[in-house]
Design a protein around this ligand. Sequence first.
Ligand SMILES: C[S@@+](CC[C@H](N)C(=O)[O-])C[C@H]1O[C@@H](n2cnc3c(N)ncnc32)[C@H](O)[C@@H]1O
Length: 317
Amino acid sequence: MKIPDLLENAIEEKLKHVKLTELKQCASNLSEKYMYQERTGETLLNTEIEAFVYAIMRMPATYGAVYTALKNTLEGINYEIHSVLDIGAGTGAATWAISELLKTNNIRCLEREQVMLELGKAFMCKNLKLKDVSWQYIDIVKDNLDIKADLVVASYMLNEIKLKERKNVIDKFIKSCNHILLIIEPGTPEGFKNIKEVQKMAIDNGLNLIAPCTFQGVCPLSDSDWCHSTVRMERTKVHKILKDAVLPYEDEKFSYIALSKEQVDSTGIRILRHPIIEKGRIMLKVCHDGNIEEMVITKKDKELFKNVKKKRCGDRI
Ligand SMILES: C[S@@+](CC[C@H](N)C(=O)[O-])C[C@H]1O[C@@H](n2cnc3c(N)ncnc32)[C@H](O)[C@@H]1O
């Protein structure tokens, strides 16, 4: 998958006004900041150049993660979405993905950092599909969220909220959604722990699990295990340079949960780990109607074998 051409063009256009050496220095400072300062609730990005580096480095991966999670979510529902809130929208990656999958032009991006908000808005201005997106300053911890939408998305933002504020923030997410709440976090044990916390609170509030879960109830995975999906994204030229990357793509791991205020049928089989393919057989770790199982599919299961061979971690069988 790759980011939309219009987004890539917007990034290219901005690149004409910045020195590559400055970007590289900023990228290295920023990744250190992200490594050590997450979960303090402090501002991580203050300057225009930091926001731009964030956009170059992280928008492709977060776009791919949101696109994949939302696609899986929409497969599990049978009603339409007419309005969206993208909370902690950053530079707007989630909204770019949402606009590829939904027809609504009622999307609001809510963000605390002015530099992110301004850049996100600027990137969208040449995309006709995104011209009606409204951007609004909000600090989701301190401010009341008195807006509602059919779909509420928070991607890669919960891990920036202090632990003691999480419940309050998740509660605001739940109250602001008419139908679906979609939370995406990094595909790490830490990110998955956040997802489990959302799952528990959502169940306590009567919400139903759409994806990736294949059952209704508390996740059976132990605390040392984690459920994640992956998406392969083409790197842009400048992404390769800033990351000193050799490969033309990156694999983004992410954990997510999609919840609905309506009843849903979420039964099925979800692949939990990268499939191991050996001669004539595929070995899988799966979540099957809420049970964690090891599955072996051989060539004898002709259609299934062919179908599963193309699947990745996080896909449904
Ligand atoms: C890692 S970025 C993710 C941005 C975007 N959602 C994405 O997926 O690319 C996290 C964003 O959450 C925002 N954020 C963090 N705490 C916030 C808060 N209390 N209120 C609103 N936004 C917040 C940050 O400013 C940042 O833009």
